[in-house]
Write a protein that binds this ligand. Structure first.
Ligand code: F6P
Length: 342
């Protein structure tokens, strides 16, 4: 078979491990010819393709990013987009396409699969907010980056008796924030699932200071919101899928905490550091298992399906299910973090 693959949306540590696994098993076990599509759906629209072989992957397992490039192009917002994708596949003799992405990329994959294209999906996002899989690769790496930063911030916060507000990624769900807060020993964590009351946040920090602990770490997800009105500074710009560019809640919160409590407060935005660099061993293994699962799905003719982790097994679930519902933070996990508030 001639099997193509693309990576779409925000990049994520482990993407190269998925591609490497698909190519390895495709070429060596199934005897396939492997094709890379450059920059997500953009390459599929414009027929921007590259031949891939096992040889192309020397040294890529520990590398972050994606050797295929990525974009947030949405074929359904481009005139004649879906037809152009179909033409690329037909003209290049592609028998199957593996789409590696998050809710947006897989949403497009689901629609194209419903229109009859032979597509298999692989879930990807550091946010870990896809409901159809227990975990996505990239999440473990992102959490580790946050925890390393929080460990360092504790010592400087203590030297200067400061409050440190650490803004982490998490547009709709606070998985990264909650896990980082538990592992990093944060004073409080604010997530999109639970609008926060600024007075309560300041009250928690004040009580801690009254007990003689003059340094605090506040972890806030970029998508968190205050009950009394949004504190986030959205830039107003939206991408091809209509998402606002987030960022700014950390600075606003730091200013508000300093104003209300009088404690010196600094904001640290971890941003794309969470997405870059080498994947953890856990993410490399999960990504590799997903890649093997995807090429096996292609050869089983399981089109319109996505690979997923359920318990410890790699399973296939319909692509439509993957994008139907967001996975939010389990209240029981948030309650674990809450025990350590203050
Ligand atoms: O979905 C992954 C993610 O990292 C989100 O947490 C974040 O809101 C978004 O991507 C940022 O994307 P961009 O690459 O457009 O800055």
């Amino acid at each position: 078979m001639r099997v193509a693959m693309l990576t779409g949306g925000g990049d994520c540590p482990g993407l190269n491990a998925v591609i490497r696994a698909i190519v390895r098993k495709g070429e060596r076990i199934y005897g396939d010819a492997m094709v890379g599509v450059r920059d997500g759906w953009r390459g599929a629209l414009e027929s921007d393709l590259m031949d891939l072989s096992v040889e192309s992957f020397r040294g890529t397992l520990p590398r972050g990013g994606t050797i295929l490039g990525s974009s947030r192009t949405n074929p359904y917002t481009v005139d004649g987009g879906p037809q152009a994708v179909k033409a690329t596949m037909a003209e290049s003799g592609i028998d199957a396409l593996i789409a590696i992405g998050g809710e947006d990329t897989l949403g497009v994959a689901a629609r194209l699969a419903e229109e009859g294209l032979p597509i298999v999906g692989v879930p990807k996002t550091i946010d870990n907010d896809l409901s159809a899989t227990d975990v996505t690769f990239g999440f473990d790496t992102a959490v580790q980056v946050c925890v390393d930063a929080i460990d360092r911030l504790h010592t400087t916060a203590e030297s200067h008796d400061r409050v440190m507000v650490v803004e982490v990624m998490g547009r709709h769900a606070g998985h990264i924030a909650t896990w980082s807060a538990i592992a990093g020993g944060a004073t409080i964590v604010l997530v999109p699932e639970r609008p926060f009351d600024l007075d309560e946040v300041c009250g928690t920090i004040r009580k801690r200071h009254e007990r003689g602990r003059f340094a605090s770490i506040v972890v806030v997800a970029e998508g968190a919101r205050a009950t009394e009105g949004s504190l986030a500074l959205a830039s107003g710009e939206v991408d091809a899928f209509g998402h606002a560019r987030l960022g700014g809640i950390g600075d606003q919160l730091a200013m508000a905490i300093e104003e209300r409590t009088g404690y010196e407060t600094r904001a640290i935005v971890l941003g794309h550091v969470q997405r870059g660099g080498t994947p953890t061993a856990f993410d490399r293994v999960l990504a590799t298992r997903f890649g093997i699962g995807a090429i096996d799905a292609v050869h089983a003719g399981a089109y319109g399906m996505m690979v997923a982790l359920r318990g410890n097994a790699i399973v296939r679930v319909p692509l439509t299910e993957a994008t139907a519902e967001l996975k939010l933070v389990d209240p029981a996990v948030y309650e674990v973090a809450e025990v350590f508030f203050g």
